[in-house]
Design a protein around this ligand. Sequence first.
Ligand SMILES: Nc1ncnc2c1ncn2[C@@H]1O[C@H](COP(=O)(O)OP(=O)(O)OP(=O)(O)O)[C@@H](O)[C@H]1O
Length: 299
Amino acid sequence: MKTILSLQQLTKKFGALTAVDHVSFTIEKGHVYGILGPNGSGKSTTLGMVLNVVNKTSGNFYWFDKSYSTHRALKKVGAIIERPNFYPYMTAYQNLALVCKIKEVTEENIDKKLELVGLLERKNDKFSTYSLGMKQRLAIASALLNDPEILILDEPTNGLDPQGIHQIREIIKKIASTGTTILLASHLLDEVEKVCSHVIILRKGKMLYAGSVDKLNASFGYVELKAENHEDLLSIVQNHSWFTAEKVDPENHIITANLTENIAADALNKMFVEKGIFLSHLIKRKESLEEQFLQLTNQ
Ligand SMILES: Nc1ncnc2c1ncn2[C@@H]1O[C@H](COP(=O)(O)OP(=O)(O)OP(=O)(O)O)[C@@H](O)[C@H]1O
């Protein structure tokens, strides 16, 4: 697996405030990563440091293999970290042609990138006539002109209407399907869940989780159980490998236990019957990703 970016204990202090606090994670080629956290959790500052627009206080980051200087590496990075800003009196095509000159790449990619973001038919319209969603899509086309190894987006759907949000998310998925690595910052759990394969969760500058979205979602849930023979039921739950971290409600004797595997309710019921326990109460629940995220960020 090829490493695109590696952060090691990266830290940024603004005076007494630690905006990013010893954050370490690695971005591997071909995945879509989301940096997820509430407002002010340090997402933009993290992106700013790796893009050399914010000076780090301590720690390190490396682009590609360590032999790349940040300056050289950034030529292989496409990033949108501010509101898209183009010349309003020029057409989309003219604006992108100018970007090609600045990036020292040929103009042959322009139509292909405009098509990717659904703006080919509007390429001769002035930027000033574009909606916010179109402006954002043009910015994505612009960031892709030099076929970067990684596309970095800060809150790519902020301020857009639901249709605009949907279009941007579909474009991100399309870009990812061509093998481009993507790193996006978002405060929207739903967004990260929909488009990202991996997530880094920040809260007050500290990293709470880094890993696959599936793993975060892979808690097998928990069960609530009750039977007339409470002591026998509790003993089975305490000794069976399917259960962990059981709790008993002292009022109604309902036992709550986390599941260690994905066991269906009928299989649970069958196992208890075979051990002579007839359940009067069996509920199987799974915490949503949202509940897990809130638990992580509220702790
Ligand atoms: N230039 C600066 N000077 C002082 N404090 C700053 C500066 N930039 C950011 N901060 C502070 O650092 C913390 C992290 O901000 P940052 O913008 O990185 O968070 P964020 O997660 O991207 O949030 P948002 O989505 O609201 O931008 C915040 O408390 C913010 O006020």
